[in-house]
Design a protein around this ligand. Sequence first.
Ligand code: COA
Length: 161
Amino acid sequence: MLFPGTFDPFTRGHRDIARRASKLCDKLVIAVMENAAKTPLFSPEERVELIKLSLKNDDLKNVEVMAWGGLLVDLYQQLGCCASVRGIRSESDFRYESEHALANRLLFAGYDAVLLPCRDDLSLISSSMVKEVGSYGGDISKMVPAEIIDKVKEKLLKGRT
Ligand code: COA
């Protein structure tokens, strides 16, 4: 199964989805991708490293992390995936993900998506919120995994100078 996203940066919400999705499949590939509508703050290499650090204490043997600069469906076919997994926080996420799945199915008829409702306590977290709060020196400890707090804070504070 594929877990695609911008992950700029990876949040506790993303980690929850990764943990749960890893139990639903033989192998989960978390792929750091490009979203044409976003200009990421963290480089693809930094985002891959943050994800690996976030999961290092989980001992998830069937999870791999990589960066991919092309179309989602190309990687999906190359890896022989059965589905992509995405976290759903709200009705608007559901609409966005349904449309996204349809668009990907137009590109590759064998495409499928698994939409996992996110945990209540993580439903308000987004990468943008992490970046905004962190860039003012605010507390991001409830938003990103403990393993990456310092690295994320350092980058965000540097971005302001
Ligand atoms: N908990 C917390 N936050 C969550 C979440 C969860 N369970 N699920 C999503 N989010 C948040 C993210 O933090 C992010 O917030 P932001 O908008 O403030 O950055 C937002 O919801 C969604 O971002 P993310 O999960 O990182 O993915 P994305 O929507 O940016 O990813 C791609 C979209 C990368 C999958 C898509 O652009 C893509 O497929 N790109 C490849 C190119 C391609 O094939 N394009 C054609 C597609 S039809």
